[in-house]
Design a protein around this ligand. Structure first.
Ligand code: DAH
Length: 366
C-alpha cells in the first residue's frame, strides 16, 4: 500500500511539472498505457481472492482516478496557455496600410460598362440608371406593351407577390428600356443617354442566367432619323472593338417600343476557334451575327412619356453587356461571370489601374 502511494505521489508530481503536451502524454503511457504500472496493478485484481480484492482494489482504483484526473487537468492547462500565447502574438493591426500590390481585380462586366461610358461620353451621352425593382407601367405599358401584348410573354418575368389587391404590380425589370421612360418623364427633351444595368429573366443555361446586364441607348431630339442611329452604332462598335472594319447590317424586325424596328447584325469570321468581329458577313469565310435591337422610338412611347411626338423623335437601342464582354475578351460560358471563382477573376479581371480612356485605348489588356 505504501509503495502504491509513493509511486502515485511521484507520478502526480511529475505530471504537475510536465512542461509540454508530449511530456504529459509520456507520463500517461507510463502509468495508464497498456504496459503502464497502474494498468498492470489493475490486472492483478483478477487473480486475487475476493477478500484480498476487497482490501486492495479501492486504493488501486483511487490511484488510477487521481492520475487520470491530474493528466486531464494538466493537458487542459497547457492547451489554455498555448491558446493565450497565440492570441497574444497573432494580432491583426487593422490600422496598417494595405499591401502595395492589389489582389482584387475589376470584373469584366464593370470594365466593359466603364468602356461604354467612356465611348458614349465622347459622343455627348450621359449615363442614367433606374430601379431594378420596377413597376409594370414603366417596364411594359409605357413601352407600348399593354396587358395583353404577346411580347410580354417572351420576357419570362419575375413578379413580386400581389400587393394591395393589385395583381402583378411590381417586378424585377426584364430590360433596361424602362430607363428610357423614366428619363423622358423626369427630364423632358432633348435626351441623349445610355443606361447600363442589371436585368432579370427566369431563364438559365450556358448562355442565359437569371440576372444579366444590358445597356440601353436613347436619343430624343428634332429631326432624328435612322441614319443617326446607324452612324451612332457604327461609331460605338468601332470604338468598342477597336477595329475600323466593323460592318453592320440592319435587318427589319419588330419591337413594340420602336417603329420601324431594326435588328443589327455584325460581320465576323472564326479565327482559331474564336469569333472575331470585322469585315462584311457576306465576305468569303465570314458570317453575320445578331448583336443588338434598335429602332426609331415609337410615337406611342413618346406620348406615354409625356412628350409631343410631332415635335420630338428619336432612336433607341438595347444590347447585352455580358455578350459584348464575351465577344471582346473571349469567354465562352456566361455562367462563369457570376460564379465568383477567384481563378476566373484573376484570369479575366482587370487591374484597377486600367481605367479605360479613349486616348489610351478603351480595350485595356486583360
Ligand atoms: N429591350 C429589348 C430587350 O430586352 C432590347 C431593345 C430592343 C432595346 C430595341 C431597345 C430597342 O431600346 O430599341 O430585348
Amino acid at each position: 500500500m505504501d509503495e502504491l502511494n509513493t509511486r502515485k505521489d511521484a507520478a502526480l508530481a511529475a505530471i504537475a511539472d510536465a512542461a509540454t503536451p508530449d511530456a504529459v502524454e509520456a507520463l500517461r503511457v507510463e502509468a495508464l498505457g497498456k504496459q503502464g504500472w497502474i494498468s498492470q496493478l489493475l490486472k492483478t485484481l483478477g487473480k486475487m481472492t475476493p477478500e484480498e480484492r476487497q482490501e486492495k482494489a479501492p486504493a488501486i482504483q483511487q490511484a488510477r482516478a487521481e492520475v487520470a484526473d491530474a493528466i486531464a487537468a494538466r493537458k487542459q492547462a497547457l492547451d489554455d496557455a498555448e491558446l493565450d500565447r497565440r492570441l497574444a502574438t497573432e494580432t491583426l493591426d487593422l490600422s496598417l496600410p494595405a499591401p502595395v500590390t492589389p489582389k482584387g481585380t475589376v470584373h469584366p462586366v464593370s470594365q466593359v460598362m466603364d468602356e461604354l461610358a467612356e465611348i458614349f461620353a465622347d459622343l455627348g451621352f450621359a449615363v442614367k440608371t433606374g430601379p431594378e425593382i420596377e413597376d409594370d407601367w414603366h417596364n411594359f405599358t409605357a413601352l407600348n406593351m399593354d396587358e395583353n401584348h404577346p411580347a410580354r410573354a417572351m420576357h419570362d418575368t419575375f413578379y413580386f407577390p400581389d400587393r394591395d389587391g393589385q395583381d402583378r404590380a411590381m417586378l424585377l425589370r426584364t430590360h433596361t428600356s424602362p430607363v428610357q421612360i423614366r428619363t423622358m418623364v423626369n427630364e423632358g427633351a432633348p435626351v441623349r443617354i445610355i443606361a447600363p444595368g442589371r436585368v432579370y429573366r427566369s431563364d438559365s443555361d450556358a448562355t442565359h442566367t437569371p440576372m444579366f446586364h444590358q445597356v440601353e441607348g436613347l436619343v430624343i431630339d428634332k429631326d432624328i432619323h435612322l441614319g443617326h442611329l446607324k452612324w451612332t452604332l457604327e461609331t460605338f462598335l468601332k470604338a468598342f472593338f477597336e477595329r475600323d472594319d466593323i460592318v453592320l447590317r440592319l435587318r427589319p424586325s419588330y419591337f413594340p417600343f420602336t417603329e420601324p424596328s431594326v435588328e443589327v447584325d455584325v460581320g465576323f469570321e472564326v479565327v482559331k476557334g474564336r469569333r472575331v468581329l470585322g469585315g462584311s458577313g457576306d465576305a468569303p469565310g465570314h458570317a453575320w451575327m445578331e448583336l443588338l435591337g434598335s429602332g426609331m422610338v415609337n410615337r406611342r412611347v413618346i406620348e406615354f412619356a409625356g412628350l409631343d411626338p410631332d415635335e420630338w423623335q428619336g432612336f433607341a437601342f438595347g444590347v447585352g453587356v455580358d455578350r459584348l464582354a464575351m465577344l471582346k475578351y473571349g469567354m465562352d460560358d456566361l455562367r462563369a461571370f457570376f460564379d465568383g471563382d477567384v481563378r476566373w477573376l484573376q484570369h479575366y479581371g482587370f487591374s484597377p489601374f486600367d481605367q479605360p480612356t479613349l486616348s489610351a485605348g478603351v480595350g485595356a489588356t486583360a
